[in-house]
Design a protein around this ligand. Sequence first.
Ligand code: ASP
Length: 710
Amino acid sequence: MRALIFVLLIFLSFLCAEEGMFPITEIDKLDLKKIGIELTAEQIFSENKVSLSDAIVQLGGCTGSFISADGLILTNHHCAFRAIQNASTPENDYLTNGFVAHKREQEFPAKGYTVRITEQVLDVSDQVLQAIKKIKDPIERQKTIEKINKQIVKQAETDHPGLRASVSEMFPGKTYYLFLYTYLKDVRLVYAPPRSIGEFGGEVDNWEWPRHTGDFSLMRAYVAPDGSPAEYGPQNVPYQPKTYLKVAAEGVEEGDRVFILGYPGRTYRHRTSAFLSFEYEVRMPFVVGWYQWQINLMNSLSKNNAARALKFSAWIKGLANTEKNYRGKLQGIRRIGLIEKKKTEERNIQNFIETNNLKEYKNVLADIYQIFNNTRQSYLRDLLLSYFGRSAILPAVARTLVQAANERQKPDMERESSFMERNFNRTQTYTLLRLKYFDEQVDPLIVNELLKKISNLPEEQQIAPLTSIFKLDEDFSKAPEIVKQAYQNTRLTDANFVKSCFNKTPDELKALNDPILNWMIALQSAYDDLKEKQKKRRGELTRLRALWLEAKKAYLKKDFIPDANGTFRMTFGLIEGYAPADAVYKSPITTDRGILEKTTGQSPFDTPEKLLSLLKAKQFGRFVSKTVGTLPVGILYSCDTTGGNSGSPVLNAKGELVGLNIDRTFEATINDYAWNHQYSRSIGVDIRYILFLLKYYSNADQILKEIGVE
Ligand code: ASP
């Protein structure tokens, strides 16, 4: 009987789950009723009427949703992680112990966090395409696209005071949309479970199912007393969203329809096999190795040192998250033979082009291949140069300062976006926050390792300023000593000094004669050349990709959904299990039993005593699932999500909150290249586990009252 139900569910899901992060403006093309969603497209997104989408926010690189009239936001623990870490000290360690604001005054600022709410979306493709119509030179094309986008943004922000604008490329070289956002800058932390709940399973369970992580947190958006967006201030008041999500305390069960609204980051499904094999053979293996090296370094240096462990926690978490994601992708690409599949499709499209004598598309694929072949020639040198200005903290800070000094000589509209007036404050805030992670042992070791790799590059790829500063052409053993001296003499560890450097001209920076600043001053032209090269490449690829997509459309005779690009999307699926490997079937709801089974007492499986007692006593109140007969913890569903969807609400057919998206399964990390119903599953925290924790573990009655669950 169970087997029959399973077959039936799989069959039904073929009808009801499909690829698609639908742009929010496209959902009126979906047959929502047939899908099983009981709302109209207008009830989900409308520019004139209050709709569900008014409750969804972009929060840093994640998604969140309003769940009360007073601007309370539900998102992931891992999305609030930096805020929790920044506020923690070894004596007052919110990361380890959790945090509950029982009163509004106790809510503390989540420094560097902002909230965006999509208000309007406008198609500006004509304006952009008109501007580049006659331009053949790829760099000029790329620069013109960037320039016209900035002009559109400026005009939009003048026309709509108080809103933030941004132009997003939907299909490269084809469609461009202007997004207008309400932008809130005072965000505070309200609730975080202890790390042993919020990150239960740590990296072992990250990107894995079955999952038992209480990966949620609560934040609140504040505005000035007159309701306008404002920086943090004690006089600020909670933001009143146009609407907020209703919490469905009864949750969902296997086979139920769910949908997700959120801000997925990037997917690459429309790219060619040339891109994919570059990623597979070259870039991802390098990044995996480089991140593993840094993680090992930080882990070994923070053993038996609580302050260090705390300082490195978010940094390690970020590196480990990408590292494991890439390992999943490498495995997945190989397992399903994705590159070969793409190549076969490309051969078919090319045949179609030749047979129909479609001249304008004839060389497109070959030209794309040529670009990637060129990129391969110097990829390692380019990656190392770029990581030299990014991986260790002080060089990264120095690079930002040198860029700021140079860019700020230019008129505002010609600067790189981070140094334009509208973004400069944020750039300074992020840089100063980053400085807090500086560690005098780790930083120089990272620099040394990169220099070692650079010194091993072939002769013709050596980076001249580095060769001369660190005497790389002599004996490598001289470099670590030069690095050591630089770290002893730099003033960049002093936040006030860094702050003062933000307003300096290039000459003034030079006059400071700071050794690490000097590295980046010497490298400036190498970085400029790299940037030009990348712009040229992007310009060429944008034009070619647009053509390739036209050819593919003509061949397949169908329209596509644009790749994710950080803009507002909807996806739908079912609560359903999957069979990721031969003879393995994984069901879609985890329970309290799994927490008890996994708990060893050792991190990352060190469940707090209080939670263990509650689970053992089976004190679950009303939060028991009808079908599994106990407390549900995690849910699995066939929606189409990617990075950036973390913190997205999982909604039932009526649009009520039943879960919180946190992750994907290991096999689904290749969603970014190809979604497939067989292996693509996303992972969420069941709303009932969240409510159970708030009520019984944290006694946060005031929060439950605020969200209408008692
Ligand atoms: N964990 C991801 C995030 O942080 C979500 C995902 O990649 O599925 O956005």
